[in-house]
Write a protein that binds this ligand. Structure first.
Ligand SMILES: Nc1ncnc2c1ncn2[C@@H]1O[C@H](COP(=O)(O)OP(=O)(O)OP(=O)(O)O)[C@@H](O)[C@H]1O
Ligand SMILES: [Mg+2]
Length: 193
């Protein structure tokens, strides 16, 4: 299967502190990869590094043959990196439906398909972001990342969101990131932080 994401000897952190110390991995198209590890071992920092939100110290990040390492975050997004931020960052003054339609891009993940994954969101589609429970906000954050139709979706733990959805369909379980275009839980692999 073709390669989607390649990370080589990645070192990154905050200021002078190096948190991610030489991580290498490869994710193929249509596959998902879960990153597991104890608290504070650098899982979120690694994902933040993929989206360009940390200080890069060494190593490379290549997505679908395009070198992302020196790119600012907005260019990484345009190149295909999607992100479900830990803080959710949904628009609280917009409805659920507006949160999705405002960012949706053409591709296999439509708003309708996102509602199929998270029926609770369809039930609440007229509610404002600040009227949602914590778990519902997490579902919305995941759905929003999916309807962006990026080739690679990065996400930290979303256990509240996945509890209410079909675990077989939800590509955003535990600490995971995956290729959203053809996400199949059965083809997932794991690596330890
Ligand atoms: N913004 C920051 N500035 C400085 N240090 C940070 C920052 N964010 C995280 N760290 C440090 O980086 C290390 C790794 O944190 P990180 O959040 O990546 O861990 P994690 O594996 O995601 O943990 P958890 O399982 O608790 O979510 C920790 O020692 C943490 O204190
Ligand atoms: Mg974390």
């Amino acid at each position: 299967m073709a390669e989607l994401l390649r990370v080589e000897n990645l070192k990154s952190g905050y200021g002078e502190a190096v948190v991610v110390q030489g991580v290498s991995l490869v994710v193929e198209k249509g596959r998902s990869l879960a990153l597991l590890g104890r608290n504070g071992t650098g899982k979120t920092t690694l994902l933040n590094t993929l989206v360009g939100a940390t200080r890069h110290h060494a190593g490379r990040i290549v997505l679908d043959g395009v070198e992302l390492t020196a790119m600012p975050s907005f260019k990484r997004a345009a190149a295909g990196i999607g992100w479900v931020p830990q803080e959710r960052n949904i628009f609280k003054s917009l409805t659920v439906e507006e949160n999705l339609t405002a960012v949706a891009r053409p591709g296999p993940w439509t708003v309708k398909r996102a509602y199929e994954m998270f029926p609770r969101l369809e039930e609440r589609k007229a509610n404002l972001g600040n009227q949602l429970s914590g778990g519902e906000q997490q579902m919305l954050a995941v759905a929003r990342a999916l309807v962006l139709n990026r080739s690679c979706c990065c996400s930290t733990s979303r256990s509240k969101a996945s509890r209410r959805s079909s675990s077989r369909n939800c590509c955003d379980r535990s600490a995971a990131w995956c290729a959203t275009r053809a996400c199949r839980p059965s083809s997932s692999s794991r690596t330890r932080a």
